[in-house]
Design a protein around this ligand. Structure first.
Ligand code: RUB
Length: 326
C-alpha cells in the first residue's frame, strides 16, 4: 500500500469489473456480489493498523460504487456493512466486516423468499404474467406460486438491447412454466392475454417512482390503458434513501454499440465518407411514475407506491451520507 492509495484486493477489482461488464447483473445479484467483495477485501487485507484497514475498505467500496450508478442496492449493501464496522483492532474489524457481509447476504436471500411468498398471493391458478428484463425478485413470486401448485403462464418481453428476457425465459422453462417470448414492440398487443405485468426494480424513489430496465414505463402506461395491474417486486434494499432529501436517481447510459454495432453503422452510412451515421441514445433504465404502478411487493408486505415513503423512513431514517460514512 502507498500512503495515498490504499490497496484494493484483486477480488474487489474482479467483482467491480464483473458488475461493470454486466457479467454480474440485476440489482439483487449486484448487492450480493458487493457484500462478498467487501468480505474478500477484509480477508485479503494485510493492513497493520485499524486506520489503514478502514481506508482500504473504503477504497474498495468506492471502486465498487462507481461501477453502475442506478441500482441503489449497491450503496445499500455498502451502507449495511459499514454500519456494523465496530472494532478497535484490525482482527476485530476484519471479523466484523466478514460477519456483517455474511449477514447481509443471508438476509438478502431470506428477503427474496419472503417477498416471493407475498407476491405469489397475488397470482391465481391459471394466470398469465407478462415480464420485462430479468428480475430475480419478480421471478421469486412466480416460483413461490408454482411451488404452491398454481399453474402459471408467462409472456416474456425480449428486452432490447441486451435481451435479458432470454434469461427470464430460461428460468421459467426450468420450472416448466409455458413461455411465449415476444419482441418488445409486441407488448401492447399481447397485454390483452395477460393478467399481471410483473417486473423488478433497480431503485424506488421516495414518491413511489420505480426505476427499472428501460421500457418498463412504456409497458406500465400500456398496461394501465388495458386495465392490467402492474406489480413491482422489490426487496427493501431497492429503496433509495437519498431521494428522501430531494436527490434524483442517476440513469446509467450504456455504450452505443449495444444498440448499433459497427457493421450496422457502416451499413447505414453506406460508404459515405463524411457521414458519421446516426446518434444513438442508450439509457439502461427509465422511471415509471407511481400512478402507473398498482403495488410494490416487498419482504415486508405489499404497498401502494405512494406509501412506500413510510417504510423508507422507518428503515433508513434520513440519510445523505456517503455509503461508507457512518
Ligand atoms: C436489470 C433490471 C432488473 C432489476 C431487478 O437490469 O432492470 O429488473 O435489476 O432485478 P440490468 P433483481 O440487466 O441492466 O442489470 O430483482 O434481480 O434485483
Amino acid at each position: 500500500m502507498t500512503a495515498d492509495r490504499p490497496a484494493v484486493a484483486p477480488a474487489v477489482l474482479e467483482t467491480a469489473t464483473a458488475i461493470e461488464s454486466m457479467e454480474t447483473r440485476g440489482a439483487a445479484a449486484i448487492a450480493d456480489a458487493t457484500a462478498a467483495a467487501l468480505a474478500a477485501q477484509a480477508e485479503e487485507s494485510d493492513a497493520t493498523t485499524p486506520e489503514a484497514f478502514r481506508a482500504e475498505l473504503q477504497a474498495a467500496a468506492r471502486e465498487l460504487y462507481e461501477t453502475r450508478p442506478t441500482a441503489v442496492s449497491l450503496p445499500n449493501a455498502l451502507r449495511y456493512v459499514f454500519r456494523g464496522l465496530e472494532g478497535e483492532t484490525v482482527a476485530e474489524l476484519r471479523t466484523a466486516t466478514i460477519d456483517r457481509a455474511e449477514q447481509f447476504r443471508g438476509d438478502l436471500e431470506q428477503a427474496q423468499d419472503r417477498l416471493g411468498q407475498v407476491g405469489a398471493n397475488r397470482l391465481k391458478d391459471g394466470d398469465v404474467v407478462m415480464t420485462h428484463c430479468h428480475s430475480t425478485d419478480a421471478l421469486a413470486c412466480v416460483k413461490a406460486a408454482v411451488e404452491s401448485g398454481k399453474d402459471l403462464e408467462a409472456i416474456v418481453k425480449e428486452t432490447r438491447p441486451r435481451k435479458q428476457g432470454h434469461i427470464t425465459a430460461g428460468e421459467l422453462r426450468g420450472w416448466d412454466v409455458p413461455v411465449t417470448l415476444i419482441v418488445d414492440n409486441a407488448a401492447h398487443r399481447y397485454l390483452d392475454a395477460a393478467d399481471h405485468v410483473l417486473v423488478g426494480a433497480d431503485s424506488i424513489a421516495a414518491d413511489g417512482s420505480v426505476i427499472n430496465k428501460i421500457g418498463t414505463s412504456g409497458l406500465a402506461v400500456s398496461a394501465r390503458e388495458r386495465g392490467v395491474p402492474v406489480v413491482v417486486a422489490a426487496q427493501t434494499i431497492k429503496l433509495h434513501p437519498d431521494t428522501l432529501t430531494g436527490h434524483t436517481v442517476e440513469i446509467e447510459r450504456r455504450a452505443e454499440t449495444e444498440v448499433l454495432s459497427t457493421a450496422e453503422r457502416e451499413a447505414i452510412t453506406d460508404g459515405r465518407p463524411d457521414d458519421p451515421g446516426p446518434a444513438v441514445e442508450n439509457p439502461a433504465f427509465d422511471v415509471t411514475p407511481p400512478r402507473h404502478v398498482d403495488a410494490i411487493v416487498t419482504e415486508h408486505g405489499q404497498f401502494p407506491p405512494e406509501s412506500i415513503v413510510i417504510l423508507m423512513r422507518e428503515l433508513f431514517g434520513e440519510t445523505t451520507a456517503e455509503p461508507w460514512e457512518r
